[in-house]
Structures are given as C-alpha cells and as structure tokens.
Design a protein around this ligand. Structure first.
Ligand code: 5RP
Length: 237
C-alpha cells in the first residue's frame, strides 16, 4: 500500500505544476473532480487568477470553486473552454484513461469534450505500462437505475465478458448515487490486449441502452503530469 503522505505530496506537485504550465488568468477552465484536483484549484487561487471562469464537473468541484472564491460558470453560459484539468485512476502509455473512481465520469467527459485541451494530473501510482495494470476495480459505468440488472447481465456475455458489480456506499446502506441520480457499475475485465480492443469497448459500452456514460477516456488527452516520490514531475506528452 502506497504511503498516503507520499501520494498526497505527489498529487500536490502534479496539480500545482499543471496550473503553472498551462493556465493563464482569464481563461475558461474546466475543473475536474477528485483529491488531486483540489490542488489545481488551490494553485489557481494562490496565483490570483480571479478572472478565470471555472466550470465544475461535480458537486465536489463546484464546492471547491466556490470556497476558493473563483468565478463559477456552467456549460450553458460558457459552452467552450480553453482547458480542463482533471485527475485519473489510471493512465497507460497510449494516453488511455480510466476515470470515475469518484463516480463523476459523466460530467467529467462532457466538460473535457467542451475543452480545447484536457490535461491530466495524477500521482505516480496511476502511471501504467499496460492498460488495467494498476486500477483493479474495473471500468466505472454510469447507468440509469432501472437498467442496472439487465446491464450487468449483458456485460457478463459476449462480446463484453465483463464482471460488473453495483457500486455500494461505504456504509453498504445502498448504492452510490451519482450527481446525476444514476448508479455506477464497476466492470472488471480479464484482458484488453490491443488498442483496437480498448477502442471497440469504448464504443460498444455506449451502445447499451441505459448506459449513460463510462470511465474510459480514449483519445481525449495528450498531456499528463505524474507527481513522483522524489519531488519531481514526470510529464507524458
Ligand atoms: C472522479 C475521477 C477522479 O479524477 C479520479 O478518480 C482520480 O481521483 P484522485 O485525484 O482522487 O485520485 O475520475 O470520477
């Protein structure tokens, strides 16, 4: 188990550097979700970028923006963004991302798609050579609540062969409900060996009625900041 302090320091490094390198005051900035993105907001505030217009991807990031005193907007007012900075659960060598560990994949993907550029910030533990090497919980799939059982069944069969389980709240009192009122399935896979297979799955999942969005982010970024244990940054671009 990676040391929590080391991980947190690495998240901070990545979040800070990504803002320093990529954000200018006055830009329209999508704010991702998760523990690493907190440092993105902290840095925007510290640099005094009060003219930045910030669009959140979750209730959590909306709160971060408000608490930092930054300008809050949404896609109906600001439909085009200069940049989005977001975290990830895993990034492989081909910039394939698994996201949605925090259940925010729907709004994260919409906001990233509305941006000229998506920059990812992560600690070293998210850096993978092979797809699925580090993130063992599976691909997060946001589904309409009425469809979760048929979708689990469909995913268990060809061509998917995924073992999907309903994500439960920490106290097990009920399912996790997303900011959009949906459930989340976590779908583990045996092997996704080629880029072609990953890209095929990316499309096939979206074709299932009741699947609202999923946490595969393919061909969406070309810049990832990984904070390292020794205080340096590994930039994949
Ligand atoms: C939430 C996400 C997060 O960006 C992802 O889970 C990474 O989170 P963290 O920065 O806490 O490791 O996709 O849906």
């Amino acid at each position: 188990m990676a040391d929590k302090k080391l991980l947190d320091d690495a998240k901070k490094l990545a979040g800070y550097r990504a803002v320093e390198d990529n954000v200018k005051n006055g830009q329209r900035v999508g704010i991702g979700s998760g523990s690493t993105v907190k440092y993105v907001v902290d840095k925007i505030k510290e640099l005094g970028y009060t003219d930045c217009i910030c669009v959140p991807t979750s209730f959590q990031s909306r709160q971060l923006i408000i608490e930092a005193g930054l300008k809050l907007s949404d896609l109906s007012i600001t439909p085009e963004l200069d940049i989005t900075i977001d975290g990830a659960d895993e990034v492989d060598q081909h910039f394939n991302l698994i996201k949605g560990g925090g259940g925010c994949q729907l709004q994260e993907k919409i906001v990233a798609h509305a941006s000229k550029e998506l920059v990812i910030v992560a600690d070293y533990s998210k850096d993978s050579v092979e797809f699925g090497q580090n993130w063992k919980k599976g691909i997060p799939i946001e589904v309409h609540p009425m469809a979760y059982v048929p979708i689990i069944k469909q995913l268990s069969q060809a061509p998917f062969n995924l073992k999907a389980t309903l994500r439960m709240a920490v106290n097990k009192a009920g399912p996790v409900v997303t900011d959009n009122g949906n459930f989340v399935l976590d779908a583990t896979f045996q092997s996704l060996n080629s880029q072609h297979e990953i890209e095929k799955l990316n499309v096939q999942l979206k074709m299932i009625p009741g699947v609202v969005e999923h946490g595969l982010f393919i061909n969406m970024t070309k810049k990832v900041y990984f904070g390292q244990t020794d205080g340096t940054i590994k930039l994949r671009s």
